[in-house]
Design a protein around this ligand. Structure first.
Ligand SMILES: Nc1nc2c(ncn2[C@@H]2O[C@H](COP(=O)(O)OP(=O)(O)OP(=O)(O)O)[C@@H](O)[C@H]2O)c(=O)[nH]1
Length: 274
């Protein structure tokens, strides 16, 4: 939980079309493609930044150099997770980046950053997940940062709370109000499907909504370990889509204070069959 944000000099993808997958429909138990490999477990950017900064005084120079060389080749995709408080945004991002369900969560203040390196068709990509605060009082000063240079958006509702589903329209309007391009992929996630006896949002209602906004729908549970691959699929579908549509290579530059600065470096094109 932090109020800091990594400084960025990226720009949102300006080309490529439509929502994720380009197709509509519910994707439940969608499996990550075989071409995709998760490389690392979760890493809090700030904690990682601090440890890199502090270790730089003791580590031998060659390892710093090779780490920088490695990072120069790595593209970073910023994905923000948006939705009402308590829908499970933190738990979903934790499940994806850390592979587990947190024992205890507190309301997110500002934003939490988590990052995971994945390999898609031989290319290592850092998926940077911004877990945003659902409570208005904890997000006020951060909203601009959430949407700045975002590459994809995950809208989350709680399948056991109809109000959280109804509020999606407000979240979409906020997103649109921050000039997020229509070409930025968006997906819809209904979380807490493990609470089968309490479901208030029927799948077909959610599917209609997703279709009308050109989004894929994922119904899943951050809590149920059997759903973990489905949670991974949410972010991997976006990463695959971004890899296919993005024509920019970003350089990850470490600054002296350990914060991350991203700069556009050169152009590449790739085709992802995911
Ligand atoms: N049963 C069940 N509970 C869940 C699931 N995901 C999250 N929760 C619970 O829902 C509560 C809220 O989860 P969070 O991940 O903190 O919610 P959030 O959307 O990040 O909330 P804010 O930080 O306030 O925006 C916690 O008590 C979690 O344990 C799920 O898939 N199933």
């Amino acid at each position: 939980m932090t109020n800091d944000s990594p400084e960025e000099e990226t720009r949102a993808p300006g080309s490529g079309g439509g929502g994720v997958g380009g197709g509509k429909g519910m994707t439940r138990r969608n499996r990550a493609d075989d071409n995709v490999t998760m490389l690392t477990s979760s890493m809090d950017l700030h904690r990682a930044g601090r440890s890199r900064a502090s270790s730089s005084s003791t580590d031998p120079a060659p390892s710093i150099t090779s780490s920088l060389e490695l990072s120069i080749q790595t593209r970073i995709f910023k994905i923000i997770v948006i939705g009402d408080s308590n829908v499970g945004k933190t738990c979903l991002t934790f499940r994806f980046t850390g592979g587990s369900f947190p024992d205890k969560t507190e309301a997110t203040i500002g934003v939490d950053f988590r990052e995971k390196a994945v390999v898609i068709q031989g290319e290592t990509i850092k998926v940077q997940v911004w877990d945003t605060a659902g409570q208005e009082r904890f997000r006020k000063s951060m909203v601009e940062h959430y949407y700045r240079n975002v590459h994809a958006v995950v809208f989350v509702y709680d399948v056991t709370k109809m109000a959280s589903f109804r509020n999606l329209q407000t979240w979409i309007e906020e997103c649109n109000g921050h000039r997020v391009s229509a070409s930025v992929p968006r997906v819809l996630v209904g979380n807490k499907c493990d609470l089968v006896d309490q479901i208030q949002v029927p799948s077909n209602t959610a599917l209609k909504f997703a279709d009308s906004h050109n989004m894929l729908l994922f119904e899943t549970s951050a809590k149920d370990p059997k759903e973990s691959q489905n949670v991974d699929s949410i972010f991997m579908a976006l990463a695959c889509r971004l890899k296919a549509q993005k024509s920019l290579l970003y350089r990850d530059v470490e600054r002296e204070d350990g914060r991350v600065r991203l700069t556009q470096q050169t152009e590449t094109k790739s085709n992802c069959p995911c």
